[in-house]
Design a protein around this ligand. Structure first.
Ligand code: C5P
Length: 196
């Protein structure tokens, strides 16, 4: 069975948690596409060459989850040649046998417009910054500024900007706990699998 769940949305909206839980629930494979851009961002040197040569060791680095890696990712992600170098791998993953969940910024709009399910997971910048701050610590005001800066860059770029696909189901997690957010996503996938 080929079945793709595309989950897009801004940083710290809950995409990662929802994606992992949905993949586990349905026995699908999961790809966190942000990690690809983070790995390119932290590798240094020419980002286009880094994107073309990306290997398993780059994705296994333990410094990919930091705020700095997120900012570096969002800068290299604005380069069309970097995005182009990563498209094929993501498309193949999305349409491989057995079901796949991909989370990112452009999965439902660019990587897999034919996805069977498209979710757009969001929350207010304040709620997202608070979650990131609980995870990473530091100065909460700075985390909020970084979240807003990254939103503006991801939404404002020319190539594959962050926006909901026209047929995406919106899940606003501002007032939802993790279980409720996951349940909402699972319900949408179940309905599509059942053909309703
Ligand atoms: O999701 P995550 O915070 O790990 O993504 C890091 C950055 O990578 C994002 O801010 C965005 O600029 C970029 N990205 C992207 N397209 C994706 C996934 C991530 O442009 N599909």
């Amino acid at each position: 069975m080929i079945f793709t769940v595309a989950i897009d949305g801004p940083a710290a909206a809950g995409k990662g948690t929802i994606s992992r839980a949905v993949a586990q629930h349905f026995g699908f494979r999961h790809l966190d596409t942000g990690l690809l851009y983070r790995a390119v961002g932290v590798k240094g040197g020419d980002p286009v060459a880094a994107a073309r040569d990306l290997g398993p060791a780059d994705l296994a680095r333990d410094d990919l989850r930091t705020l700095e890696a997120g900012q570096a990712a969002s800068r290299v992600a604005a380069l069309p040649e970097v995005r182009a170098a990563l498209v094929e791998f993501q498309r193949r993953f999305a349409r491989s046998e057995g079901g796949a969940v991909l989370d990112g910024r452009d999965i439902g709009t660019v990587i897999c417009p034919e996805a069977e399910v498209k979710l757009y997971v969001t929350a207010t910048p304040e709620v997202r910054a608070h979650r990131r701050w609980l995870e990473l610590g530091g100065d909460e005001a700075r985390v909020l500024a970084e979240v807003k800066e990254r939103d503006a860059r991801d939404m404002g770029r020319q190539d594959a900007p962050l926006k909901p696909a026209e047929d995406a189901v919106l899940i606003d997690t501002s007032d939802l706990d993790i279980d409720a957010a996951v349940a909402a996503a699972v319900t949408v996938v179940k309905a599509r699998l059942a053909g309703t």
